[in-house]
Design a protein around this ligand. Structure first.
Ligand code: URA
Length: 267
């Protein structure tokens, strides 16, 4: 305690020391005391937070740059084969490092229907084509039961690279790869999109909803040229393999697609 300290400082000093009452004439209330807030200085934590923040910022900046880069490059692709080469040489998505093959869309360049899944699995990664594993075999069966030729459709995924262990792709991975899918749709100019699974539906339709709510009615996708394409979302074949009880609903979705196709033909 020094003589220079003013009464307010002295009071604060007493309060810090744990004194809660005075015995003098002057009540505490008359003296304005700024509340003493004990702030611990979390030195290490501050450093960690700022490092984490810097890393997150750098990561999101890198993702944004990769998205921008993908969008720019896609503009130059005037055909599916040009786009395929471009995707194969694209280095902005780390999934490529762990994948065996780039799995670009497959099918007819002038397809009326584009089927969209999430990402290649182990079989697709090994062979380099979409929907060739168990999910693909189920899709083939449904297509043939619906009287649709696989070779006259175009089948693709949101991601052209398999996420390790088939994990769910991150938002960043989806965002970086989405321009490739959008360019495929813009080049094919299909009449219909059939989207399999919530991940694919949410990404391409830019919504955030469950597949149970998204399926069962016609939605709309607007392509890069402003063309509106009717879109149906439905269960992913992998989900149907795990939940065969849902196959009937999926079948109804395929019938809905067939019905619209025949209605549109008769217009
Ligand atoms: N699941 C998908 O979403 N796509 C494939 O190509 C294979 C399985």
């Amino acid at each position: 305690m020094t003589e220079e300290m003013d009464p307010k400082q002295i009071l604060e000093w007493y309060m810090l020391a744990g004194v809660e009452e005075t015995a003098g004439d002057e009540p505490f209330a008359k003296i304005e005391v700024t509340p003493v807030v004990h702030v611990a200085t979390p030195v290490r934590k501050t450093v960690e937070v700022s490092e984490a923040r810097q890393a997150t910022t750098a990561l999101s900046q890198a993702t944004q740059n990769a998205c921008q880069n993908a969008r720019e490059q896609c503009k130059n692709a005037k055909s599916l084969s040009e786009l395929k080469s471009l995707v194969e040489s694209f280095d902005g998505c780390a999934l490529k490092l762990t994948a065996t093959n780039t799995v670009f869309g497959d099918g007819a360049e002038n397809a009326r229907i584009v089927f969209i899944g999430e990402a290649p699995g182990a079989d697709e990664d090994r062979i380099g084509k979409p929907f060739v594993g168990r999910s693909g075999q189920l899709l083939d069966k449904i297509l043939s039961a619906a009287g649709l030729e696989r070779s006259s459709c175009f089948i693709t995924n949101i991601l052209p690279w398999r996420p390790p262990g088939n994990r769910t792709p991150t938002d960043g991975e989806i965002a970086v790869c989405l321009p490739f899918l959008k360019r495929q749709i813009a080049l094919i100019k299909p009449d219909y999109l059939f989207i399999m699974g919530a991940s694919a539906a949410n990404a391409i339709l830019d919504v955030q909803d469950s597949i149970s709510r998204l399926r069962g009615h016609w939605l709309e996708y607007t392509d890069e040229d402003g063309r509106k394409i009717p879109a149906l979302a439905s269960f992913h074949p992998a989900y149907l393999l795990r939940n065969p009880g849902q196959k009937a609903k999926s079948w109804v979705d395929f019938l809905r697609l067939k019905q619209k196709m025949s209605e549109d033909e008769n217009k």
